[in-house]
Design a binder for this molecule. Structure first.
Ligand SMILES: *[C@@H]1O[C@H](CO)[C@@H](O)[C@H](O)[C@H]1NC(C)=O
Length: 187
């Protein structure tokens, strides 16, 4: 009888000791999510292909100049966009999302943009999820690479890169269509 009580107490003591070692107190500044949960998560890579319509002309432009210097230099010119993303090059093709954000001429000696934008998807399994892009876009280069720095919804913890290639440009209006290939790692 005494030995049974002793054994029970010993087991209880070890249980308390091991559980307090495994689980830091609730007041801890940081706590790692348990391995069992992180091992269940499978990292995936998803590729997106779409066309970005940067339209300055017409009654309802999707990109407008919001700041800039009065001189003829492009340096400092800043635009806000709500550009449509389509499945094919034609503007009439299926809309798959929007590119919302800003770009600014950030180099003095070449047309190189600072891009700060969110790609919001409106179709399929990624409807409502968005990717955040922050990068350098030297527009005269054939293929420009910009980092994907994060995301929301299905893209929580996302990272990756976007490759942009201009397929059409109208110098009079600055209207452009840019093909995007985006590679994103997410869970
Ligand atoms: C995308 O999500 C919105 C908001 O939940 C919904 O109204 C819309 O119908 C969805 N579109 C598609 C194509 O699933």
């Amino acid at each position: 009888m005494t030995s049974l009580i002793k054994n029970t107490l010993t087991i209880t003591f070890y249980f308390i000791l091991s559980s307090s070692l495994l689980h830091p107190s609730n007041g801890a500044f940081s706590e790692e999510i348990s391995e069992a949960i992180s091992m269940k998560r499978m990292e995936k890579t998803t590729r997106f292909h779409f066309f970005f319509h940067d339209i300055h002309s017409g009654k309802s432009p999707s990109a407008i100049k919001i700041a800039g210097t009065p001189d003829s230099s492009l340096f400092g010119d800043t635009f806000m966009m709500d550009n449509t993303l389509t499945e094919h090059q034609e503007g009439t093709s299926k809309v798959v999302g929007k590119a919302q954000g800003m770009y600014a001429f950030a180099a003095k000696n070449e047309p190189a943009l600072l891009m700060v934008l969110n790609l919001e998807f409106t179709q399929g399994e990624f409807n409502g999820s968005s990717l955040s892009v922050l990068g350098r876009n030297p527009v005269m280069v054939d293929v420009r690479e910009m980092p994907i720095v994060g995301g929301s919804g299905r893209f929580r913890y996302a990272s990756g890169y976007a490759l942009a290639h201009t397929v059409w440009f109208e110098p009079k209006t600055s209207d452009a269509i840019v093909e995007y290939n985006v590679y994103v790692k997410h869970y």
